[in-house]
Design a protein around this ligand. Structure first.
Ligand SMILES: [Zn+2]
Length: 173
């Protein structure tokens, strides 16, 4: 397993729409392993493949927040099949937008369908952190970031901050 470098805002890759996975190959298994390793190392509770620069519809999630009892999930081609009308607000962060947290309102519960690494289709319902995480990660597959749900003022502010940081890095300062 390899820890891969994270794609950070304002990298335009984060705006790509990822392609569906056609078959569970060794390449996909390795990708999923690397994603889990990268996510645990960060540490984070969710990661989409595009966040390590791979535009495929693969997501890893572990909301257990426990190093001793990990509950890794690998979601291939995940999609939301139902969302509750009831909403809830959760403070979100993103490994591609480090050290920035903001409250986002999303459906409280969702049902989602995906393929696991055995090629089986799984349908599951979730609430709480898992519901938020699944929605956040599926957004990544469509080039959507959680800052897109904020006011334009807040979004502009965070974009400016990360553009400046990227320029500083590029100039070696
Ligand atoms: Zn994210």
């Amino acid at each position: 397993m390899t820890i891969r470098p994270l794609v950070i805002l304002p990298d335009p890759k984060l705006r790509l729409v990822s392609e569906p996975v056609q078959a569970i190959t060794d390449e996909i298994r390795t990708l999923a392993e690397d994603m889990l390793e990268t996510m645990y190392d960060a540490p984070g509770v969710g990661l989409a493949a595009i966040q390590i620069g791979v535009p495929l519809r693969v997501v890893t999630i572990d909301v257990s927040k426990s190093e001793t009892e990990r509950q890794p999930m690998v979601l291939i081609n995940p999609e939301i099949t139902w969302a509750s009308e009831e909403k809830r607000t959760y403070e979100e962060g993103c490994l591609s937008i480090p050290e920035y947290y903001e409250e986002v309102e999303r459906p409280d519960r969702v049902r989602f369908r995906y393929m696991n690494l055995d090629g089986e289709t799984v349908e599951q319902e979730a609430g709480d952190l898992l519901a938020t995480c699944v929605q956040h990660e599926i957004d990544h597959l469509n080039g959507v970031l959680f800052i897109d749900y904020l006011s334009k003022l807040k979004r502009d502010r965070v974009m400016t901050k990360f553009r400046k940081a990227a320029r500083r890095e590029a100039s070696g300062a």
